[in-house]
Structures are given as C-alpha cells and as structure tokens.
Write a protein that binds this ligand. Structure first.
Ligand code: GRF
Length: 222
C-alpha cells in the first residue's frame, strides 16, 4: 500500500476568514460497548479538537455504542451481514453507507468485521483500526487474552492503517502497558483500553493537524 501524502487539511483551509475551521471528518465503526467511540465523541465536543464524528456505522443492532452515538446526536447506520446474499454485497453496501458521509478517515474502534475488497479499495490509506495488543504480536479477536496466556510482561495497543490482512497493516502508533501479577483478561483489557482511548484521541488529532503518509510498511505522521 503506497499512499502519497494524505493531507486532509490545507493550511489555507484552516485560516479561512469568517468561516468555521475545517475539521477532519470521521466515520467510526463499532460492534460493542463503544468506549473508544465515546473518547472520540468527548474530544470532538471541544471545538478546538481538529476532527468531528460525522457518522457511526455498525454490523449489529442493540449495542451500547449506537446509544452513545444517538446521545451525541451523531447519525448511525447498521448493516448486518445476515441481511445480504453474499459477504461481498454486504461489503459494498457498507462501503457505500460509510462513503455517503464523505469521511476523510474511517476509524474501526471495536468493529468485529474484516472489511473486504470494495471497502479497502474505497478507503485505502484512510481506514485505521485500534487493536488491543502490540502488533505483530497477538493479532486476531483475542489480543488481550492471548498476551496473558503467553505470559508476556508488557503488552499494549496498536493503531494501524488497515490492509487486506488480519491486523497486518502499517503501524501508526503504539502504547505499552505492564502486565501485572494477578491480572485476568478483564483487568488487563480494561487497562489496555484506557491506553487505547488516549492513543486514539491523540493520534487522530495529529493526523488531522499534520496529515499522514503510508509508504509500503511505513506509516508516519510528520
Ligand atoms: C478495544 O479493545 C478494541 O481494540 C477491540 O475491542 C475493544 C473495543 O472496545 N477490538 P470499545 O467497544 O471501544 O469499548
């Protein structure tokens, strides 16, 4: 994946007289409790934060994350794989739904589906995911549990640009936390999630302010 300089905000855009500052448009994808979404919503409530959540997308109904979006007055869309004849049709419809909100950046925050080719093509270089482990260690659905089972002494979280693999994309940022004696999966995952929320809010803000590049395996924010 090579994406030459993604710079969503030009300096000129940021200094238009008598106009509201341009903010990075985020579509956030969720499947569960949505605490990462909430962290972004809280950050975006500050007019000085350089991004806004323009929509929240989900692959299932009746989740707390959708309630958080509704409470914040953010539009939502829900498309269930089971309602489509094929996974490809779902993927295209999901990409169209997200694309209809014209996002600069799509953030997978606890979204439990792998995007397919249509989605990845459409949002190449601007679809990021937060994962609860230090990739490339412990990819997949159980990052915290797998780290605990393995017996590592540190773990953490990774924000990366999504590619066609499972948690294999170019890494934007990571944060490290200690694994403590006596940790269980719940206590460890909760501490990871605290670090994840801080990292997500910080990195999205830096991406909005400074842009980002993806060249081969290297993702960077100038
Ligand atoms: C996060 O740890 C995320 O990395 C993982 O699922 C968790 C989602 O938490 N894939 P929440 O829904 O944001 O509270």
């Amino acid at each position: 994946m090579d994406v030459d300089r993604v710079l969503p905000l030009s300096p000129e855009d940021l200094h238009v007289p008598d106009a509201a500052p341009v903010r990075l448009r985020l579509v956030v994808l969720v499947s569960g409790s949505g605490t990462n979404l909430q962290a972004l919503l809280d950050a975006c409530a500050d007019p000085a934060y350089p991004a806004e959540v323009v929509a929240v997308g989900a692959d299932r109904d009746s989740i707390l994350a959708l309630e958080r979006a509704a409470t914040a007055g953010v539009p939502t869309f829900v498309l269930r794989v089971a309602d489509f004849a094929t996974r490809e049709e779902w993927d295209t419809a999901f990409a169209d739904a997200a694309g209809s909100f014209d996002p600069d950046l799509v953030v997978s925050a606890g979204f439990m589906k792998l995007a397919g080719a249509a989605f990845l093509d459409r949002f190449a270089g601007r679809y990021v995911n937060t994962h609860p482990a230090l990739l490339p260690s412990f990819p997949g659905m159980h990052g915290a549990a797998d780290a605990l089972d393995y017996g590592v002494k540190v773990t953490g979280c990774t924000l990366f640009v999504v590619d066609a693999g499972v948690d294999t994309g170019p890494i934007l940022a990571q944060a490290v936390i200690d694994v403590r004696d006596g940790d269980d999966v719940e206590s460890l995952h909760e501490r990871i999630k605290t670090a994840e929320r801080e990292l997500l809010v910080d990195v999205v803000s830096r991406m909005a302010r400074d842009g980002w590049t993806v060249t081969g395996r290297k993702a960077s924010i100038p």
